[in-house]
Design a protein around this ligand. Structure first.
Ligand SMILES: NC(=O)c1ccc[n+]([C@@H]2O[C@H](COP(=O)([O-])OP(=O)(O)OC[C@H]3O[C@@H](n4cnc5c(N)ncnc54)[C@H](OP(=O)(O)O)[C@@H]3O)[C@@H](O)[C@H]2O)c1
Length: 331
């Protein structure tokens, strides 16, 4: 009788030139996970499972899920610190967006004035029951908003111990190129990168070469890279569907994902979500892929990804599909 294959142990990767490491799969604490209608006990089960399996990177945002995701993560982690000490974790949050729903309608209001950014960081520390953030990110900042006044305030905040690493969360190529060319005080970039966004690869390599730790969000293209799962619909699925149709960037993602979704489904070596993660994690310039989920089973499947199992000829099919369709929602 053959024994079941043991799940792969978590791998940790250097986060740019910061000297710190992150689990190669991180947990994104946003979206429906942070929604008040998603029971906190369920959200806690997912975080606990992630911790048990060696996830050290937890990414949230001050405004995520109508300002509910961050304090929810804080309550859950506070209960978990006894068994999973704070020091071993990389807790990441963001400031700058004033609207509470990570832009489901596409309309976001932002404030990157030094006072607003410092206030938001202080509120994040209270919400997360931490004396510092490991990664503090400017959420969707534009180049014209990166002022000397803001950078001076951020350096002061860093010196006073409010955060360790400074990052930018962006989906804009010009901001990524700026980080690669003129790194400045920035250590981390959280970007959108998945098999549909292979045109990101040169700038990812350039950021990595400049010492920036690159985190990939939306590795599953918000689920659009995966075939529909036959199952009883849940409230979470209705929320995902609303996001797919109402948010312009999600609509674009959904439309451009069809051909790649079919190619990924035909890769037989692993489940589609694992193939999507293996594709991103085979890029040595990526420190971690950040997963969003409302299901322990989804999390377990992604954590079971074997990065090397995506064979070169399978990877080649994903590359060929990208080249044939030219499908890329990258900006
Ligand atoms: N979306 C953005 O624009 C954005 C922006 C900034 C930062 N980020 C960061 O990136 C993280 C991830 O982004 P995201 O949640 O938008 O997108 P994602 O991780 O690409 O996709 C999440 C979707 O995939 C589904 N899924 C997860 N694992 C699965 C599996 N094994 N099999 C089938 N379906 C699976 C989830 O459904 P279930 O819940 O049913 O598993 C959910 O619908 C965020 O939490 C955040 O930290 C995202």
């Amino acid at each position: 009788m053959t024994s079941p294959v043991a799940p792969p142990p978590m791998t940790y990767r250097a986060l740019g030139s910061s000297g710190l490491q992150v689990s190669q799969i991180g947990l994104g604490c946003s979206g429906f996970w942070g929604n008040r209608r998603f029971p906190e006990a369920e959200a806690e089960r997912i975080v606990r499972r992630a911790l048990e399996r060696g996830v050290t990177l937890f990414d949230t945002g001050h405004n995520y899920a109508a300002f509910n995701a961050e304090p929810r993560l804080g309550r859950i982690l506070q209960r978990a610190f006894a068994t999973h000490p704070r020091d071993g974790l990389m807790i990441s949050s963001k400031a700058g967006t004033l609207t509470g729903q990570a832009g489901i309608s596409g309309a976001e209001q932002r404030d990157f004035s030094p006072a607003a950014i410092e206030r938001s960081c202080a509120a994040s520390l209270r919400n997360l029951h931490c004396d510092h953030l490991d990664i503090f990110q400017l959420h969707g900042i534009g180049l014209e908003q990166i002022s000397d006044e803001l950078l001076t305030a951020l350096e002061r905040m860093r010196r006073s111990g409010m955060f360790r690493l400074l990052g930018i969360n962006t989906h804009t190529g010009a901001v990524m190129r700026h980080l690669a060319e003129r790194r400045g005080p920035f250590d981390v970039a959280l970007i959108d990168y998945n098999a549909l966004q292979q045109d990101r690869e040169p700038v990812i390599a350039a950021m990595h070469a400049a010492g920036i730790g690159v985190l990939a969000g939306t590795v599953l293209a918000q689920g659009h890279l995966l075939p529909a799962r036959p199952r009883v619909p849940r409230l979470a699925d209705a929320w995902y569907l609303a996001r797919a149709w109402l948010k312009p960037s999600s609509r674009a993602l959904m439309r451009s994902a069809k051909a790649m979704q079919r190619t990924i489904a035909r890769v037989g070596s692993q489940a589609p979500a694992q193939t999507a993660f293996a594709y991103v994690l085979q890029n040595p310039a990526v420190a971690s892929g950040v997963l969003g989920t409302t299901r322990v089973a989804s999390l377990d499947q992604v954590l079971d990804t074997r990065v090397d199992m995506l064979a070169p000829q399978e990877r080649e099919r994903l590359v060929a599909t990208f080249q044939q369709t030219g499908a890329s929602p990258s900006q």
